[in-house]
Write a protein that binds this ligand. Structure first.
Ligand code: UDP
Length: 137
């Protein structure tokens, strides 16, 4: 079994999509190993997205990610990293395929509803950023 780290971003939480997104996650066969609602401050969002520090969208991204509550999760499944990215859809909801979360719940590339790790190392780093071992069942 592989684990990946996921976020239901502030846009989706504030619009009341949390339950529907969790339901879609479970229907796809992911086991939720850890989950909690958090509110990042700006510094925490900057630290989480440090890899994008030099990108033109860094300021907007970290302001958005610290704008309200988000739900952080660890998802477990065979091939979880790739399968979660498939369920999320393309970064830009306009390019996302039918029946993906970003197509159904994302508004635009800045407000794209969900986050997912892109590799095992980042999944581990991102999980440890938010969760203690005791929280991952
Ligand atoms: N992002 C953005 N503008 C861009 C590119 C990315 O606001 O032009 C945001 C978007 O929310 C995306 C996040 O930065 O989800 C991280 O970008 P990445 O390229 O890692 O995309 P992802 O892995 O989330 O699909």
């Amino acid at each position: 079994m592989e684990k990946t780290f996921a976020i239901i971003k502030p846009d989706a939480v504030s619009k009341g999509y949390t339950g529907e997104i969790i339901s879609r996650i479970e229907k796809k066969g992911f086991k939720i190993s850890a989950m909690k609602k958090i509110k990042m401050d700006k510094k925490t969002a900057e630290s989480f997205y440090a890899v994008h520090k030099e990108k033109p969208f860094f300021e907007a991204l970290t302001t958005f990610m610290s704008s309200g509550p988000a739900v952080v999760m660890v998802l477990e499944k065979e091939n979880a990293i790739a399968e979660w990215r498939e369920l999320m859809g393309a970064t830009n909801p306009e390019d996302a395929e039918e029946n993906t979360l970003r197509k159904d719940f994302g508004k635009n590339i800045d407000n794209n509803a969900v986050h997912g790790s892109d590799a095992p190392e980042t999944a581990d780093i991102e999980t440890r950023f938010f969760f203690a071992d005791i929280e991952c069942v």
